[in-house]
Design a protein around this ligand. Structure first.
Ligand SMILES: [Zn+2]
Length: 283
């Protein structure tokens, strides 16, 4: 599933390639529904392309096209519509001077979304998300406060986009390993020091993910707008690994809310905190 680094890669590549292009038309393929009214962006110039959490926003003066990739969504930029591109759901015909481009949204499993939003809907969307760990304005104190908003385990808190935005399964798993935190640690047991380590680790994995243009797993689902895979999977430390790179212990693989979670039982031990039964054993 594309996370912040993958969506960042797509957004910044689109910005370099289609900014200033005119949307000649936006069409849904047969059997697919674009939410909102696609004709509202017809003949409008693309003024900006930006990312809010894992949403790609293609902005014209009045309206914005939101693209959310969910599990299997892709945005591909083609010189012309090519036959043989799989799972195409929506097609943008773009033009600038005499140059034509075709931007397609493809989505195998159709959990993704293309929607035309007005300004108030964009505003509402922006407010849905928690702070992004990649934002250098986010300090440890605020990060710790937002993590403790919900009484859950740390892995789930990191994946909840209303708590912190942009981290998904892979980068959360890597950040927890780098900060030595067990994924099932209750958020209430996270102290300032752990939050500091976690924030630093989250920033570092996200920035490295961006630098390496995202992660492409063996399913080859994620590709950039030119159809090329990312490279961050070559730098995974714990995700899909069998031995811990630090202590060589057997990596544990569990499911948390259905998502594959990898951790080292030695390097990521649960903090016991106050545990009455453990206390009893001492006496
Ligand atoms: Zn280890």
């Amino acid at each position: 599933m594309p996370e912040l680094p993958e969506v960042h890669t797509i957004t910044s590549d689109l910005k370099k390639t289609v900014l200033g292009f005119n949307i000649v038309s936006l069409n849904a393929q047969a059997g697919y529904k674009i939410s909102g009214e696609p004709s509202l962006v017809k003949d409008s110039e693309i003024r900006d392309i930006r990312r809010v959490a894992k949403n790609i926003l293609v902005e014209t003066d009045e309206y914005t096209v939101l693209i959310h990739l969910a599990m299997t969504g892709r945005v591909l930029l083609l010189d012309k519509q090519e036959k043989g591109t799989n799972w195409v759901r929506a097609v943008f015909y773009l033009q600038k001077n005499a140059i034509n481009k075709v931007m397609v949204f493809s989505d195998m499993r159709m959990f993704g979304k293309v929607a035309v939003l007005d300004k108030s809907e964009v505003e509402k969307l922006t407010q849905k998300y928690g702070p992004e760990p990649i934002n250098t304005d986010l300090d440890t104190k605020t990060f710790l406060e937002v993590l403790k908003q919900k009484n859950t385990i740390i892995k789930n808190a990191l994946l909840d986009q209303s708590i912190v935005a942009g981290l998904g399964n892979i980068y959360a798993t890597e950040a927890l390993f780098l900060s030595g935190i067990h994924p099932e640690t209750p958020t209430k047991d996270i102290d300032y020091q752990s939050a500091e380590k976690l924030l630093t680790a989250a920033r570092s994995v996200l920035n490295e993910g961006i630098e390496k243009r995202g992660s492409t797993l063996p399913d080859k689902m994620y590709v950039d707008i030119f159809g090329r895979p990312g490279k961050y999977q070559e730098s995974f430390k714990i995700y899909m690994k069998s031995k811990c790179p630090t202590c060589f212990s057997e990596v544990q693989h569990i499911k948390i809310q259905g998502r594959g979670t990898y951790f080292c039982p030695e390097c990521q031990q649960k903090k016991t905190g106050y545990n009455p039964s453990a206390q009893k054993e001492l006496f």
